[in-house]
Design a protein around this ligand. Sequence first.
Ligand SMILES: NC(=O)c1ccc[n+]([C@@H]2O[C@H](COP(=O)([O-])OP(=O)(O)OC[C@H]3O[C@@H](n4cnc5c(N)ncnc54)[C@H](O)[C@@H]3O)[C@@H](O)[C@H]2O)c1
Length: 247
Amino acid sequence: MFNLANRVALVTGSSRGIGKAIAIKLAEAGANVVINDSSGNAEAVSEQLRSNGKQSIACVANVSSSIEVNAMLDRVMETFGRIDILVNNAGIIRDQLLLRMTDEEWDSVLNVNLKGVFFCSRAAIKYMLKQRYGRIISISSIVGLIGNAGQANYCSAKAGILGFTRSIAREVAPKGITVNAIAPGFIVTEMTQHLTEEQKLELITRIPLGYLGAPDDVANAVAFLASDEAAYITGQVLSVDGGMRMA
Ligand SMILES: NC(=O)c1ccc[n+]([C@@H]2O[C@H](COP(=O)([O-])OP(=O)(O)OC[C@H]3O[C@@H](n4cnc5c(N)ncnc54)[C@H](O)[C@@H]3O)[C@@H](O)[C@H]2O)c1
């Protein structure tokens, strides 16, 4: 287990699924964790961490609103006085074949999945630069690397995260801040619940390890990239996909 004692982490979209697993993992490693979500159960997850003796607050904010994101970072600074780890995890899908895709389906996915990463990273880096320390980890996707029919909006956003990650990694490297991305394969969460058993079986035939991933598989990789042990790693994309895509 990595030691994140006294670190302050913000995990966006962490009231369920992969984000919740990341928040719990970082808290177990000793971090104080800010639970964010646009609605729903952020407070419940935060309460769960506090009842286990961890320091945690819940911040309801839509990551696609710069006003709400900036207010969230202000609150993190007022509460903890620093921000060490930002995990850009919030994401949505609005799948549609290109010719049927509406402007709204395109914009909403790009706004949450890519603009949200920009807004949160910009707001956090402002403080990380002063601290001369920071870890930014964004959750991209295997489909941002290989594409997926019916997900032009989602794949564009997830591929955009990779260009963003490499650019910002170069910008802030001299200031002690690392910026990396994780590209999960297919992970069992509410986001993948719509897959039929037939689709899951077909996917599994394409995964060398032979099974779908769990939220903890992604959370373990995040804990590593957030740790001091990963200090010499920046601008990278770590695949957590059971070997589905081998570069
Ligand atoms: N599940 C998978 O197979 C898989 C694979 C690759 C990448 N991912 C990515 O991992 C991340 C987490 O996915 P998941 O499977 O846990 O999905 P999920 O739908 O279970 O959770 C997403 C969370 O983000 C929150 N969220 C949505 N819009 C938001 C907004 N505007 N502001 C703040 N929070 C918002 C949701 O409320 C939810 O809590 C996403 O970025 C997703 O694209 C998932």
